[in-house]
Write a protein of this length. Structure first.
Length: 398
Protein backbone atom coordinates (compact mmCIF):
# COMPACT_ATOMS: atom_id res chain seq x y z
CA UNK A 1 0.00 0.00 0.00
CA UNK A 2 1.28 3.42 -0.92
CA UNK A 3 2.58 5.49 1.98
CA UNK A 4 1.11 8.97 2.24
CA UNK A 5 2.27 11.94 4.24
CA UNK A 6 -0.73 13.94 5.39
CA UNK A 7 -0.33 17.16 7.31
CA UNK A 8 -3.20 17.55 9.69
CA UNK A 9 -4.24 20.29 12.07
CA UNK A 10 -5.14 19.33 15.64
CA UNK A 11 -7.14 22.02 17.39
CA UNK A 12 -7.34 22.34 21.18
CA UNK A 13 -8.90 24.76 23.60
CA UNK A 14 -6.65 26.42 26.17
CA UNK A 15 -7.02 28.82 29.09
CA UNK A 16 -4.42 31.61 29.12
CA UNK A 17 -3.31 33.49 32.20
CA UNK A 18 -4.02 37.22 32.34
CA UNK A 19 -0.46 37.94 31.23
CA UNK A 20 -0.68 35.50 28.31
CA UNK A 21 -4.09 36.84 27.25
CA UNK A 22 -2.74 40.39 27.22
CA UNK A 23 0.31 39.33 25.19
CA UNK A 24 -1.80 37.45 22.67
CA UNK A 25 -4.28 40.33 22.35
CA UNK A 26 -1.37 42.69 21.59
CA UNK A 27 -0.08 40.21 19.03
CA UNK A 28 -3.49 39.98 17.34
CA UNK A 29 -3.61 43.76 17.07
CA UNK A 30 -0.10 43.99 15.64
CA UNK A 31 -0.79 41.23 13.12
CA UNK A 32 -3.89 43.08 11.94
CA UNK A 33 -1.99 46.39 11.75
CA UNK A 34 0.88 44.94 9.71
CA UNK A 35 -1.52 43.16 7.35
CA UNK A 36 -3.49 46.37 6.74
CA UNK A 37 -0.34 48.48 6.27
CA UNK A 38 1.06 46.01 3.75
CA UNK A 39 -2.27 45.79 1.92
CA UNK A 40 -2.46 49.59 1.73
CA UNK A 41 1.10 49.75 0.35
CA UNK A 42 0.41 47.09 -2.25
CA UNK A 43 -2.86 48.75 -3.24
CA UNK A 44 -1.12 52.08 -3.79
CA UNK A 45 1.53 50.33 -5.88
CA UNK A 46 -1.22 48.56 -7.84
CA UNK A 47 -2.77 51.92 -8.71
CA UNK A 48 0.64 53.03 -10.00
CA UNK A 49 0.71 49.81 -12.04
CA UNK A 50 3.56 48.42 -9.96
CA UNK A 51 3.91 45.03 -8.31
CA UNK A 52 4.99 44.64 -4.68
CA UNK A 53 5.89 41.16 -3.43
CA UNK A 54 6.44 39.57 -0.03
CA UNK A 55 10.16 40.46 0.14
CA UNK A 56 9.39 44.14 -0.38
CA UNK A 57 6.68 44.19 2.29
CA UNK A 58 9.10 42.40 4.66
CA UNK A 59 11.60 45.22 4.10
CA UNK A 60 8.80 47.73 4.75
CA UNK A 61 8.09 46.01 8.08
CA UNK A 62 11.69 46.57 9.16
CA UNK A 63 11.32 50.28 8.37
CA UNK A 64 7.97 50.53 10.16
CA UNK A 65 9.44 49.07 13.35
CA UNK A 66 12.06 51.84 13.44
CA UNK A 67 9.46 54.64 13.38
CA UNK A 68 8.24 56.19 16.60
CA UNK A 69 4.60 55.72 15.64
CA UNK A 70 4.93 51.96 15.08
CA UNK A 71 7.66 51.15 17.61
CA UNK A 72 5.17 49.02 19.56
CA UNK A 73 5.50 46.35 16.84
CA UNK A 74 8.82 45.42 18.48
CA UNK A 75 7.02 44.39 21.68
CA UNK A 76 5.56 41.19 20.15
CA UNK A 77 7.16 38.24 18.39
CA UNK A 78 8.24 39.08 14.85
CA UNK A 79 7.23 35.66 13.46
CA UNK A 80 3.41 36.21 13.48
CA UNK A 81 3.99 39.56 11.76
CA UNK A 82 6.03 37.89 9.01
CA UNK A 83 3.39 35.19 8.68
CA UNK A 84 0.73 37.89 8.19
CA UNK A 85 2.74 39.17 5.21
CA UNK A 86 2.95 35.64 3.82
CA UNK A 87 -0.81 35.24 4.18
CA UNK A 88 -1.28 38.50 2.27
CA UNK A 89 1.01 37.18 -0.47
CA UNK A 90 -1.15 34.06 -0.75
CA UNK A 91 -4.27 36.25 -0.95
CA UNK A 92 -2.78 38.21 -3.86
CA UNK A 93 -1.65 35.01 -5.57
CA UNK A 94 -5.22 33.72 -5.42
CA UNK A 95 -6.50 37.06 -6.70
CA UNK A 96 -4.16 37.10 -9.68
CA UNK A 97 -5.02 33.45 -10.32
CA UNK A 98 -8.73 34.45 -10.42
CA UNK A 99 -9.53 32.13 -7.53
CA UNK A 100 -10.56 34.87 -5.10
CA UNK A 101 -11.56 38.51 -4.89
CA UNK A 102 -9.18 41.37 -4.11
CA UNK A 103 -7.89 41.14 -0.50
CA UNK A 104 -9.81 43.19 2.06
CA UNK A 105 -8.62 45.11 5.10
CA UNK A 106 -8.99 43.43 8.48
CA UNK A 107 -11.54 44.94 10.85
CA UNK A 108 -10.82 45.29 14.55
CA UNK A 109 -14.32 44.12 15.48
CA UNK A 110 -15.25 41.66 12.75
CA UNK A 111 -12.05 39.98 11.58
CA UNK A 112 -10.81 36.72 13.04
CA UNK A 113 -8.31 37.16 15.85
CA UNK A 114 -5.39 34.86 15.15
CA UNK A 115 -1.60 34.67 15.04
CA UNK A 116 0.54 31.98 13.44
CA UNK A 117 3.84 30.88 15.00
CA UNK A 118 6.44 28.77 13.20
CA UNK A 119 8.97 26.46 14.88
CA UNK A 120 11.38 29.33 15.56
CA UNK A 121 8.77 31.06 17.72
CA UNK A 122 7.57 28.27 20.01
CA UNK A 123 8.90 25.35 22.03
CA UNK A 124 7.07 22.03 22.24
CA UNK A 125 8.55 19.66 24.81
CA UNK A 126 7.02 16.92 26.94
CA UNK A 127 3.54 17.80 25.77
CA UNK A 128 3.88 21.47 26.71
CA UNK A 129 3.69 24.37 24.25
CA UNK A 130 5.43 27.63 25.09
CA UNK A 131 5.13 30.56 22.69
CA UNK A 132 7.69 33.30 22.10
CA UNK A 133 7.61 36.21 24.57
CA UNK A 134 5.99 33.94 27.18
CA UNK A 135 7.55 32.48 30.31
CA UNK A 136 4.96 29.76 30.94
CA UNK A 137 3.46 27.08 28.68
CA UNK A 138 -0.16 27.32 27.59
CA UNK A 139 -2.74 25.52 29.72
CA UNK A 140 -4.06 23.28 26.94
CA UNK A 141 -6.96 20.85 27.29
CA UNK A 142 -5.67 17.78 25.44
CA UNK A 143 -9.03 16.47 24.24
CA UNK A 144 -7.24 13.96 22.00
CA UNK A 145 -3.57 12.98 21.76
CA UNK A 146 -1.25 14.13 19.01
CA UNK A 147 0.19 11.34 16.81
CA UNK A 148 3.07 9.60 18.54
CA UNK A 149 6.33 11.42 17.96
CA UNK A 150 4.58 14.32 16.24
CA UNK A 151 6.48 17.58 15.97
CA UNK A 152 4.30 20.63 15.14
CA UNK A 153 5.50 22.74 12.22
CA UNK A 154 3.19 25.65 13.03
CA UNK A 155 1.00 26.69 15.97
CA UNK A 156 -1.89 29.04 15.30
CA UNK A 157 -3.49 30.75 18.28
CA UNK A 158 -6.97 32.22 17.89
CA UNK A 159 -9.85 33.64 19.89
CA UNK A 160 -13.41 33.34 18.63
CA UNK A 161 -16.25 35.81 19.04
CA UNK A 162 -17.48 33.94 22.12
CA UNK A 163 -14.16 34.64 23.87
CA UNK A 164 -12.85 31.07 23.67
CA UNK A 165 -9.13 30.52 23.07
CA UNK A 166 -7.82 27.84 20.71
CA UNK A 167 -4.45 26.62 19.48
CA UNK A 168 -4.17 24.64 16.25
CA UNK A 169 -1.01 22.60 15.66
CA UNK A 170 -0.08 21.38 12.20
CA UNK A 171 1.64 17.98 12.31
CA UNK A 172 2.34 15.09 9.97
CA UNK A 173 -0.08 12.30 10.81
CA UNK A 174 1.23 8.84 9.85
CA UNK A 175 -2.04 7.22 10.99
CA UNK A 176 -3.87 8.61 7.94
CA UNK A 177 -3.48 5.87 5.33
CA UNK A 178 -5.59 4.79 2.32
CA UNK A 179 -8.37 2.40 3.33
CA UNK A 180 -8.70 -1.05 1.71
CA UNK A 181 -10.31 -0.79 -1.73
CA UNK A 182 -13.96 -1.89 -1.89
CA UNK A 183 -16.53 -2.16 -4.67
CA UNK A 184 -19.21 -0.15 -2.87
CA UNK A 185 -20.56 3.10 -4.32
CA UNK A 186 -23.32 5.40 -3.16
CA UNK A 187 -25.27 8.33 -4.56
CA UNK A 188 -26.03 11.16 -2.15
CA UNK A 189 -28.86 13.66 -2.61
CA UNK A 190 -28.85 16.60 -0.18
CA UNK A 191 -32.05 18.21 1.00
CA UNK A 192 -33.79 20.19 3.72
CA UNK A 193 -36.46 17.81 5.04
CA UNK A 194 -33.76 15.15 5.18
CA UNK A 195 -30.16 16.31 5.23
CA UNK A 196 -28.98 13.36 3.11
CA UNK A 197 -30.78 10.69 1.12
CA UNK A 198 -28.66 7.75 -0.04
CA UNK A 199 -29.19 5.60 -3.12
CA UNK A 200 -29.57 2.64 -0.75
CA UNK A 201 -32.87 4.15 0.39
CA UNK A 202 -31.54 5.38 3.73
CA UNK A 203 -32.58 8.87 4.80
CA UNK A 204 -30.56 10.87 7.31
CA UNK A 205 -32.57 13.42 9.24
CA UNK A 206 -31.75 17.11 9.28
CA UNK A 207 -30.94 18.16 12.88
CA UNK A 208 -31.80 21.83 12.10
CA UNK A 209 -29.42 23.13 14.75
CA UNK A 210 -30.18 26.78 14.06
CA UNK A 211 -33.95 26.27 14.34
CA UNK A 212 -33.55 24.43 17.66
CA UNK A 213 -31.70 27.39 19.19
CA UNK A 214 -33.60 30.11 17.34
CA UNK A 215 -35.47 31.33 20.43
CA UNK A 216 -32.26 31.65 22.47
CA UNK A 217 -30.55 33.37 19.57
CA UNK A 218 -33.40 35.84 19.06
CA UNK A 219 -33.43 36.72 22.77
CA UNK A 220 -29.67 37.33 22.79
CA UNK A 221 -29.92 39.47 19.65
CA UNK A 222 -32.73 41.56 21.15
CA UNK A 223 -30.67 42.20 24.27
CA UNK A 224 -27.73 43.22 22.09
CA UNK A 225 -29.88 45.57 20.00
CA UNK A 226 -31.03 47.41 23.14
CA UNK A 227 -27.47 48.23 24.25
CA UNK A 228 -26.03 51.62 23.39
CA UNK A 229 -23.69 51.43 20.41
CA UNK A 230 -20.00 51.80 21.09
CA UNK A 231 -17.33 49.96 23.06
CA UNK A 232 -19.19 49.86 26.37
CA UNK A 233 -18.86 46.91 28.72
CA UNK A 234 -22.58 46.09 28.63
CA UNK A 235 -22.66 45.95 24.84
CA UNK A 236 -19.50 43.84 24.82
CA UNK A 237 -21.09 41.35 27.24
CA UNK A 238 -24.31 41.21 25.20
CA UNK A 239 -22.33 40.67 21.98
CA UNK A 240 -20.40 37.82 23.57
CA UNK A 241 -23.60 36.23 24.85
CA UNK A 242 -25.06 36.19 21.32
CA UNK A 243 -21.76 34.85 19.99
CA UNK A 244 -21.92 31.94 22.44
CA UNK A 245 -25.29 30.90 21.01
CA UNK A 246 -23.88 31.10 17.48
CA UNK A 247 -20.86 29.05 18.57
CA UNK A 248 -23.09 26.35 20.07
CA UNK A 249 -25.00 26.07 16.78
CA UNK A 250 -21.82 25.98 14.68
CA UNK A 251 -20.06 23.42 16.88
CA UNK A 252 -22.98 20.99 16.84
CA UNK A 253 -23.45 21.38 13.09
CA UNK A 254 -19.78 20.71 12.30
CA UNK A 255 -19.65 17.74 14.68
CA UNK A 256 -22.62 16.16 12.91
CA UNK A 257 -21.13 16.76 9.45
CA UNK A 258 -17.79 15.28 10.51
CA UNK A 259 -19.50 12.10 11.70
CA UNK A 260 -21.56 11.76 8.51
CA UNK A 261 -18.67 12.39 6.09
CA UNK A 262 -16.33 10.05 7.97
CA UNK A 263 -18.94 7.31 7.82
CA UNK A 264 -19.55 7.77 4.08
CA UNK A 265 -15.84 7.73 3.28
CA UNK A 266 -15.15 4.64 5.37
CA UNK A 267 -18.06 2.65 3.93
CA UNK A 268 -17.82 3.55 0.23
CA UNK A 269 -15.12 3.57 -2.43
CA UNK A 270 -17.04 5.98 -4.70
CA UNK A 271 -19.37 8.73 -3.54
CA UNK A 272 -21.48 10.63 -6.07
CA UNK A 273 -22.94 14.02 -5.19
CA UNK A 274 -24.58 16.88 -7.08
CA UNK A 275 -22.51 19.91 -8.06
CA UNK A 276 -24.70 22.54 -6.40
CA UNK A 277 -24.03 26.29 -6.46
CA UNK A 278 -24.93 26.99 -2.86
CA UNK A 279 -23.97 30.67 -3.15
CA UNK A 280 -26.64 31.24 -5.79
CA UNK A 281 -29.21 29.18 -3.92
CA UNK A 282 -28.79 31.43 -0.88
CA UNK A 283 -30.33 34.25 -2.92
CA UNK A 284 -33.70 32.55 -2.39
CA UNK A 285 -35.07 34.57 0.52
CA UNK A 286 -37.52 31.87 1.62
CA UNK A 287 -34.95 29.06 1.79
CA UNK A 288 -31.70 30.89 2.54
CA UNK A 289 -31.87 30.35 6.31
CA UNK A 290 -32.61 26.63 5.99
CA UNK A 291 -29.91 26.14 3.33
CA UNK A 292 -27.34 27.91 5.50
CA UNK A 293 -28.27 25.70 8.45
CA UNK A 294 -27.87 22.56 6.31
CA UNK A 295 -24.30 23.66 5.40
CA UNK A 296 -24.12 21.76 2.10
CA UNK A 297 -20.86 23.49 1.11
CA UNK A 298 -19.16 22.38 4.35
CA UNK A 299 -20.43 18.85 3.77
CA UNK A 300 -18.84 18.70 0.33
CA UNK A 301 -15.57 20.24 1.52
CA UNK A 302 -15.22 17.69 4.33
CA UNK A 303 -16.15 14.83 2.03
CA UNK A 304 -13.52 15.80 -0.56
CA UNK A 305 -10.53 16.19 1.72
CA UNK A 306 -11.34 13.03 3.67
CA UNK A 307 -11.70 11.10 0.40
CA UNK A 308 -8.27 12.37 -0.59
CA UNK A 309 -6.82 11.24 2.74
CA UNK A 310 -8.23 7.72 2.59
CA UNK A 311 -7.96 6.92 -1.11
CA UNK A 312 -11.63 7.32 -1.99
CA UNK A 313 -13.26 9.00 -4.98
CA UNK A 314 -15.83 11.81 -4.98
CA UNK A 315 -17.70 12.50 -8.22
CA UNK A 316 -19.83 15.65 -8.62
CA UNK A 317 -22.53 15.40 -11.29
CA UNK A 318 -23.48 18.52 -13.24
CA UNK A 319 -26.10 20.60 -11.45
CA UNK A 320 -28.41 20.57 -14.50
CA UNK A 321 -28.68 16.79 -14.54
CA UNK A 322 -32.44 16.06 -14.06
CA UNK A 323 -31.99 13.58 -11.25
CA UNK A 324 -35.45 14.20 -9.76
CA UNK A 325 -37.40 14.05 -13.04
CA UNK A 326 -35.75 10.90 -14.39
CA UNK A 327 -37.19 7.46 -13.72
CA UNK A 328 -34.39 5.33 -12.29
CA UNK A 329 -36.17 2.18 -13.51
CA UNK A 330 -36.81 2.91 -17.21
CA UNK A 331 -35.02 6.22 -17.84
CA UNK A 332 -38.12 8.20 -18.86
CA UNK A 333 -37.79 11.95 -18.34
CA UNK A 334 -40.84 13.65 -16.82
CA UNK A 335 -41.89 17.06 -18.16
CA UNK A 336 -42.41 18.68 -14.75
CA UNK A 337 -41.61 17.80 -11.17
CA UNK A 338 -42.66 20.55 -8.68
CA UNK A 339 -40.97 20.57 -5.27
CA UNK A 340 -44.31 19.75 -3.66
CA UNK A 341 -44.30 16.31 -5.32
CA UNK A 342 -42.51 13.93 -2.95
CA UNK A 343 -43.77 10.60 -4.41
CA UNK A 344 -44.64 9.88 -8.03
CA UNK A 345 -45.43 6.97 -10.35
CA UNK A 346 -43.83 6.56 -13.77
CA UNK A 347 -45.71 5.27 -16.84
CA UNK A 348 -43.69 2.06 -16.52
CA UNK A 349 -45.45 1.40 -13.22
CA UNK A 350 -42.52 2.18 -10.90
CA UNK A 351 -43.37 4.30 -7.86
CA UNK A 352 -40.57 6.53 -6.64
CA UNK A 353 -39.70 8.47 -3.55
CA UNK A 354 -38.44 11.74 -5.04
CA UNK A 355 -35.19 11.92 -3.03
CA UNK A 356 -34.29 8.22 -3.23
CA UNK A 357 -34.91 8.26 -6.97
CA UNK A 358 -32.65 11.31 -7.34
CA UNK A 359 -29.88 9.60 -5.36
CA UNK A 360 -30.12 6.49 -7.57
CA UNK A 361 -29.92 8.61 -10.73
CA UNK A 362 -26.92 10.51 -9.38
CA UNK A 363 -25.16 7.22 -8.65
CA UNK A 364 -25.83 5.90 -12.17
CA UNK A 365 -24.66 9.14 -13.79
CA UNK A 366 -21.58 9.33 -11.58
CA UNK A 367 -20.49 5.76 -12.33
CA UNK A 368 -20.95 6.39 -16.06
CA UNK A 369 -18.85 9.54 -15.78
CA UNK A 370 -16.17 7.59 -13.93
CA UNK A 371 -16.02 5.01 -16.73
CA UNK A 372 -16.44 7.05 -19.90
CA UNK A 373 -16.39 10.68 -18.81
CA UNK A 374 -19.81 11.62 -20.23
CA UNK A 375 -23.49 11.75 -19.37
CA UNK A 376 -25.49 8.53 -19.54
CA UNK A 377 -29.04 9.61 -20.26
CA UNK A 378 -29.78 10.43 -23.93
CA UNK A 379 -33.01 12.19 -22.85
CA UNK A 380 -31.11 14.55 -20.60
CA UNK A 381 -30.81 18.15 -21.70
CA UNK A 382 -29.85 21.32 -19.88
CA UNK A 383 -30.16 25.09 -20.45
CA UNK A 384 -26.39 25.36 -20.52
CA UNK A 385 -25.86 22.40 -22.83
CA UNK A 386 -23.38 20.93 -20.34
CA UNK A 387 -23.11 17.23 -19.55
CA UNK A 388 -22.55 15.47 -16.26
CA UNK A 389 -18.89 15.87 -15.34
CA UNK A 390 -16.45 14.20 -13.04
CA UNK A 391 -15.08 16.55 -10.40
CA UNK A 392 -11.62 15.46 -9.27
CA UNK A 393 -10.87 15.86 -5.60
CA UNK A 394 -8.62 18.94 -5.32
CA UNK A 395 -5.14 18.57 -3.92
CA UNK A 396 -4.84 20.64 -0.79
CA UNK A 397 -3.39 20.67 2.67
CA UNK A 398 -5.91 19.72 5.36
Amino acid sequence: MKTTHVKRAFKYRFYPTDVQAAELSRTFGCVRKVYNLALAARTEAWRRQERVNYNQTSAMLTVWKKTEELAYLNEVSSVPLQQALRHLQVAFTNFFGKRAKYPRFKSRKKSRKSAEYTTSAFRFRDGKLTLAKMAEPLDIVWSRPLPEGASPSTATVSQDAAGRWYVSMLVEDPTVQPLPVTDTAVGVDVGLDHLLTLSTGEKISNPRHERRDRARLAKAQRQLARKAKGDGANRRKARQKAAKVYARITDRRRDNLHKLTTRLVRENQTIVIEDLTVRNMLKNGKLARAISDAAWADFRSMLEYKAQWYGREVIAVDRWFPSSKLCSACGTLQDKMPLSVRTWTCDCGATHDRDVNAAKNLLAAGLAVSVCGAGVRPQRSSPSGQSAMKQKTPRREP
